[in-house]
Every structure is written in C-alpha cells, then in structure tokens.
Design a protein around this ligand. Sequence first.
Ligand code: N01
Length: 538
Amino acid sequence: MLVTKPAEEFDAVVIGAGFSGIYMLHQLRKLGLRARLFEAGEGVGGAWYWNRYPGARCDSESYFYCFFFSDEILQEWTWSERFPAQPEIERYLNFVTDRLDLRKDMTFNARVTAAAYDEDTKRWTVETTAGDKVTARYVVTAIGGLTSTATNLPNIPGIEDFKGEWYHTGHWPKEGVDFSGKRVGVIGTGSTGIQAVPEIAKTAKHLTVFQRTPAYIMPAKNHPLTEEYNAAIKANYAEIKAKVRTHWGGQPYDAPPYSFEEMDLAKARKVQEEFWDAGGLKVIQAFKEGTRVPAVREFMEEFFRDKVRSIVKDPVKAEILEPKGYPMGAKRIALDTNYYETFNLPHVDVVNVKKTPITNFTETGVMVGDKEYPLDILVLATGYDAVTGPFRKMDIRGRGGIKLAERLEDGPRAYLGMSFAGFPNLLAISGPCNPALSTNVPASIEHDVEWITDLIQYCEKEGFTAVEPTQEAEDEWTEETQSKAADSVFTEADSWQFGSNVPGKPRRFLIWLGGLHMFRERCEEVTKAGYKGFKFTR
Ligand code: N01
C-alpha cells in the first residue's frame, strides 16, 4: 500500500540521477539551495543504470565521456578501457556521487509521476510512486531522452501470447539473463542490438537476428588502456576540455586531415583503411569535405558494404547485412565489436524482416510470413519513444493546469531545449529541441546544467519568483529546430530522431542540429541580452 509521506518543502527538485541529475544536484547545493533528487532506480546511473543488456558499452571514448567540471575528479578517476562498458560507467557515476557527497539528498525507488504548478504560492508540488509529495520553487528534469520510462515496443500483435521469456534491452534485469542452451531471437539492429548480438551468441544454443534496416557500422577497436596512456591523458586534460567545448559534437577531435577531392580513389581507399583500423567514431572523419558531400558519402557507403562482404563468409547473410536503402548518416551510425564476425558462427542467423515482415508472436516464437521461428527467449532491442516520450509519461501541469504531455503531443517544443512557455521555473536538461543527443552527451549536459545554474542564480539574486520563456521565443526555437533538420540527411530515413519509429508519433525532428559549439554561443547571447526570450515575475 502506498503510504503518503509528510509534505516537505524544498527550493528545488531534480528528477533523475544520471549524468545530468548528479551534476545538477551538486550545482544547486553550491548555490546554497535546499534540493532533493528523486530517482526511479535503486541507484544512480540513469540510462546507465537500466541498460544492463549484454555488451552495453559507450560509443564515445572514455577519456571524454565524463564530467569536466572538476579537475580533481578528472585526476582521481582512471578508465580501464577505450570504450567503457556499462558496469564501469555505473561505477564512475557512483564514484562521483560519493565524492561529492550527494547521496544524502537523493531518494531512490521513487519515480516522479506528477508535478503541478500553483500560481498563488508560486511553487511546484511533486509526487512520486514512493508516496513523496513535496513542494519546490524550481523543478529540473534530468530524465534523459532515451530512457526506460519510454521504451518502444514493436507494434506486432501477440507478445502476451509468447510463453517464453522476453526482455526489452532498456529494462534489463539486474541479475542478468542466462542464454545457455536456449534458442534466442533478437529484434532490432540499431546501436543496442549490434552491441548485444555478439555477447548473446557466446552462450545461446541458437540465435536468430530479425533485421528490418541494416545499419552502417564502424568497428570500435576497443582495448584496455595502459598506465602510460592514462597518465598522458590526465596531463593533457586542460587542452582536451577546451576542444570538447568548441567542437560541433563535443568531441576533442581535430578537423579531418585529408581532402577527398585532391586524391584518387586508390589513395582515398588507403586513407579510409587507416581510419577503419584506428576504429571508433573517427572512422568517418578522414575527409575535410565531410559525408554531406554525395561523392564522399557514396564512397564511404561502398567501403562499408565491401567490409561486410569481406567479413561475412556466407553471401546470403552478407547481402542481408550490407547497409543500403538509405544514405549513411540518415540513421545513427553504430560501433561494433565482432558484430559481423558473429554471423560466421553456424548457430547465428539473420532474417530480413523488411522483405517479409514479422506478422505476430506465437506461444512458441515469432511468425515471419508463414514461417515460425521457435524461441525460448526474445530480446527486444527496439529502441525508445525518444525525447518527448519521457516527458509525456509524467503528469506535468503548468499555469492554468495546462498539461505538458498535451503541449508535446504534436511534436517537440521548448525554448533553447531547456524551458517551456507556461511552465514557470520548470527547467529541462537535454530537453526537446536540444542538441544533446547529436553530441557527446555528457558535454551537452555540462553545458545545460551550468546554464540553468546561472539562470537560477540570476533569479535568486534579482528576487524573481518565476522565470519562463515567452510563447514567441518557444515557437521560434521550435521552428528553427525543424528547419535545421529539413536541411539534413535525416529527412531521408525513418528514425527515432524524427519520432517515426513510434506508431502514431508525429514526424517532427527532436534534436536541434546546430552543434554544441553553436548552441553554447546562442545560449551565451541570450544571457548577455538579459535573458532574451524569457519573462520574469517578482
Ligand atoms: O534503438 P533504435 P537502439 N520490427 O531505435 C528495430 C543510443 N545508444 O536502442 O531501423 C522489426 O536505434 C528498428 O528497425 P528500423 C543511441 O543514440 C547509445 O538501438 O526502424 N524491427 C531498429 O533496428 C541510439 O541511436 C549507445 O527499421 C523493429 C531497432 O529496432 C539510441 O540509443 C548504445 C521493429 C531500434 O533501433 C537508440 O538505439 C546504445 C519492428 N516492429 C544505444 N520496431 C552508446 O554507446 C523497431 N525495430 C552511448
């Protein structure tokens, strides 16, 4: 039975204990505010708490997939691998939480269900599944854009009929799943499925991968880090931090070194092979012209297809796995470790469910056309109702009781991806129309947290009781988000970025595509112009 706890009053409530919530709580404390963080999980981590599926690993390199705000933490924490796996990132976030002594202001196992603004008291009332009902002047959402609260289950009938075990990768059981001796099916071959397949294949008796769209996949070339490497990184953090803050994607990478136009195809191929061997997201960053230039993109697309044909021995499997049917970059490119190699194992098959779609689940498996694939365990790596989904799962009400879920029904809208007209003192880290999910996410999070901190500090100093964007500012930013997307390659495929992965979700782009460096500049301009686009109440 739900026991309602005595009402408590705070200056601020933070929702979520991933990268964003952890840093936000720290900043609010530094401002001298009384803050409380609510988290649905048993511990900190956010996306990195729930995504425990086999093979879960970050696609950004560990030396920059981290907080930069504390030189001490940068020096004290040592990463063990080039691309950190979920357990290590979860350990890192626990380390930071304890290092900053944040745990005492965090409530776990408490999912926020509702937040309502009272125009008379100018306070929010926040409720959780654990019976908390607290009030606060500010509410900061740190809920992430791809989260366990808003997973995307495929619209295939009959999942309730399936008598075997089934799991969505975003809700992976803490105790793990034993695949040994089992017939396993994986639906979904985005970044998640590509990481999970090689690991599941290690113990499953048989693995069937149901692929609708073949992804463009680059090798991670993950490896352990040496003491010397880590020492060099730690000695160089000032420069790395400066690069992260000025790069389009929040990555400390130098500009591409080669000109595609100035070399013949044989030389271009040699260069591309070098980048392939180095691995990671830099694989597509060899040429100055960038992949938006059709000649460069088509060259790389063919290079990727060649790689599949050279790795996968069975030509029928290779043909299914070759990325095609849409331009590279129109869906997120994935990193892999032995994904293609896994299909050389005799107990691993791939089924083209674009050609013949899955019709339904049965008690014993999956029907593709008139063929049943018998399964003991089904893994759904089918992604998320991204960005707006997590907001729409909560009952958030602003001025006059307007519902945020309804405001976001027709697509993403927000000013600077961090604030909503009609919702005073509700601030969002990496909200709708924010660049975060097109960048190295912690770098964007740090920016948003620091910008929100400054805004709150300004309100406190000036004695304002409420801040919110004007409708006009929100409308303009929302429209700008769509026009930037309309000029991008993303228009040429269905994707979670467009919301077109979820049946019935409007096709509106969820991310502001101007790059993190430009976003920083835009936010700075807003601040310098006296928080242009915001209105304040005393
Ligand atoms: O989800 P997705 P994800 N029948 O939406 C398929 C981040 N991430 O969890 O492409 C058959 O990309 C769907 O097919 P299609 C990262 O930002 C980060 O993999 O729609 N198939 C697709 O193959 C990433 O982009 C890391 O045709 C169906 C798959 O399911 C985001 O999370 C690691 C289907 C869904 O792919 C989401 O990735 C992992 C159906 N009915 C993820 N419905 C890092 O490294 C869906 N699919 C930080």
